[in-house]
Design a protein around this ligand. Structure first.
Ligand code: 4GY
Length: 255
């Protein structure tokens, strides 16, 4: 998977380049990250990368020419057709489903906006898709681009290791992940659920699914509304709700 990033702050991407699974993937040539800095494509003495908005108002916009030139250079270098993406609060909101679809694409150009953003005509003429990481504003497109790269990279087969791990993530089947426990067996008087120590794989699997359903029901009921539960899942959720009402189970929730 190839990510070309158009950004005036190339160093910010050292964070994903140098740590964790993405840095490993880069070393193994599974992921390639190339940064194109609009500042390198300025023609004036001061290397100006911002410009005033028509109609006035506060703040600046990104200067069109350096941005366009950076995009053109990136496109020229890429053999395959790259999907050109603008990260912005006006984009479609990313979720695990859309990330899975996007992960089938091998090559991206990610445009990172700064200041008050980019000229509307650039969005119309040069951007294929606009995506948002959530309904809040941050000061530039770099962090959203890194989030985009991270979440897509995790889905590359072999990168995390076994596909099984990804399948156990929150959101994989539209549900939140079940509660997790590690040693020691007792913390502040609270025990690890007995079933997890039983070694009974089928029962553990059933327990995990039931907890997943229950946690989703308690913490993110909106997620349950958009998925079709199987017959088994419906039964398990019903059991969870019954247990919950009888307070047989305790999970760490602030009520
Ligand atoms: N939210 N999702 C987001 C964002 C910063 C000014 C346009 C978001 O994706 N991007 O808040 N981006 C702004 C900064 C230019 C992008």
């Amino acid at each position: 998977m190839e990510f070309n990033i158009v950004s005036i702050f190339p160093e910010m991407f050292n964070i994903i380049k140098n740590y964790g699974i993405i840095s490993k993937a880069i070393k193994k040539n599974i992921i390639k990250i190339t940064i194109w800095n609009p500042r390198d494509y300025t023609s004036d003495q001061h290397h100006t990368i911002d410009d005033r908005p028509y109609g006035g108002g506060s703040g600046m916009l990104m200067k069109v020419k350096p941005l366009l030139t950076a995009i053109e250079y990136a496109k020229k270098k890429i053999k395959n057709n790259a999907k050109i993406i603008y990260l912005s609060p006006q984009g479609k909101k990313l979720n695990q489903k859309s990330v899975e679809k996007l992960s089938k694409i091998s090559s991206f150009i990610l445009i990172c906006g700064r200041y008050k953003g980019i000229d509307e005509r650039l969005i119309l003429s040069s951007i294929d898709e606009e995506w948002s990481i959530g309904d809040y504003i941050i000061s530039g497109g770099e962090l959203p681009a890194m989030i985009f790269i991270d979440t897509l990279s995790r889905l590359i087969p072999d990168l995390i290791g076994k596909k099984k791990y990804i399948q156990e993530d929150s959101f994989y089947n539209g549900l939140l992940d079940c509660p997790q426990y590690t040693r020691p067996n007792v913390i502040n008087g609270m025990h690890v659920p007995k079933i997890l120590l039983s070694g009974h794989h089928a029962k553990i699997k059933r327990w995990k699914l039931k907890q997943s359903l229950g946690v989703t029901w308690l913490k993110r009921p909106d997620l349950l509304k958009i998925i079709d539960l199987s017959k088994e899942q419906k039964i398990l959720l019903h059991e969870f709700k019954k247990d919950w009402k009888e307070r047989k189970i305790k999970i760490n929730l602030k009520e």
